[in-house]
Design a protein around this ligand. Structure first.
Ligand code: SF4
Length: 371
């Protein structure tokens, strides 16, 4: 069954979803109070843009603290544009998908330098900005500028697929889901409607065990009527993820840890990290340390899951008071971007989660050793 199942009840569905929002809207720091919204006020486009970029592939619960931290440190898009990219990447550490942070900074600069710090209101213009795809453009246009735009995130996708029992497997089924949401989206109040759908998808029409008993559109839901809610949205068969091997190098001297800045292109680009052996999505690392010496190897200390592959990480440890990173004494690394970072402040280095996990692992070994 597909989009042909969209019934003549769409106006009722839209009205019920909108009414439910009035009493149940989630209180999120990028939203404005419903009373203001009802009186025609709109939220700050900078806040909506920032939150939407952060929310790509990330949960609301994880994003809230980052959103607050970013807006306290950089209250306007101009402030963010003026920041160093390294500071933005470090503040982003832990949120993952770091290309988003680089694009965020690029976009802030573009809006500040070319658009006088003002975000465009039209979806087509928003789409031209760095890091803004179809979903984000629609969300900003609808929520921040009150435009009629059809917003479909993962929560809305699930809600629509179940309501109309859209059984074309994703990603092909996205076209039918979009048609369904286009039919449901009202001419005015598209932003609040989108947020209402997001809220129902996140807290009622959940992926597992949806709370259909409190769902405002239960009587219209074809998946509920068939008792087959969790079948939707229909996913394509899962491809097996390859597992790659990589090795990180822990080089310690005088309570300082050697960190490098990764190349700007490629995975975790421009992020601070431990030196590694050039593992990548398509290849295992070569295993060779940055300099010869007596390394202690710990195998398979952490595993990390990326979208398209998993990584098993070995950690090789070298501890000495005779390491030089910039002259010819004793052990010399050939890592151009290497710096020594104080171990007691390592959490301020802004390491991506993968490297932070390896650091935590070895800190734990060290503290066990000193017990
Ligand atoms: Fe989702 Fe259940 Fe509501 Fe249908 S009735 S939309 S499955 S929560």
């Amino acid at each position: 069954m597909g989009v042909d199942r969209i019934t003549g009840e769409t106006q009722k569905i839209t009205a019920k979803i909108s009414a439910h929002y009035v009493d149940n809207a989630r209180n999120l720091p990028w939203r404005i109070p419903l009373a203001l919204s009802a009186a025609g006020s709109l939220p700050d486009p900078y806040h909506i843009w920032l939150s939407e970029v952060m929310l790509q592939q990330t949960t609301v619960a994880a994003v809230i603290a980052y959103f607050i931290k970013f807006t306290q440190r950089w209250p306007t898009v101009g402030d963010l544009a003026a920041a160093d990219e390294a500071d933005v990447l470090a503040a982003w550490a832990g949120l993952g998908y770091y290309a988003r942070a680089r694009n965020l900074h690029k976009c802030a600069r573009y809006v500040t330098e070319n658009l006088n710090g003002i975000f465009p209101e039209e979806e087509a213009e928003l789409l031209k900005l760095p890091g803004i795809g179809g979903y984000t453009a629609a969300a900003i246009a609808a929520i921040a500028f009150g435009r009629r735009a059809v917003v479909v995130d993962a929560n809305i996708e699930r809600l629509a697929a179940r309501l109309f029992a859209i059984d074309t497997p994703l990603p092909k089924g996205k076209a039918d889901i979009r048609i369904a949401m286009d039919v449901l989206t009202p001419e005015t109040g598209a932003g609040d409607f989108a947020q209402a759908c997001m809220d129902i998808g996140a807290s009622i029409c959940t992926a597992k065990s949806p709370k259909c008993e409190i769902c405002p559109v239960q009587v219209h839901c074809l998946a509920f009527a068939a008792g087959d809610q969790e079948r939707y949205p229909v996913k394509p068969p899962k491809k097996a993820k390859p597992t790659r091997k990589g090795r990180f190098f822990w080089v310690e001297q005088d309570n300082k840890l050697l960190l490098v800045t990764r190349p700007s292109k490629g995975m975790l680009g421009s992020m601070r990290a431990l030196p590694d052996d050039n593992w990548a999505a398509g290849i295992d690392g070569h295993g060779e340390p940055p300099f010869a010496g007596k390394w202690r190897l710990h195998e398979n200390v952490i595993q990390h899951s990326f979208t398209h592959f998993s990584l098993e990480v070995d950690l090789a440890v070298y501890q000495s008071d005779k390491i030089s990173i910039n002259n010819d004494d004793n052990k010399k690394t050939d890592i151009e971007t290497a710096i020594w970072w104080p171990m007691h402040g390592i959490e301020d280095a802004g390491l991506p989660t993968l490297f932070a996990k390896a650091v935590r692992w070895n800190m734990k070994q060290k503290s066990k050793g000193s017990e």
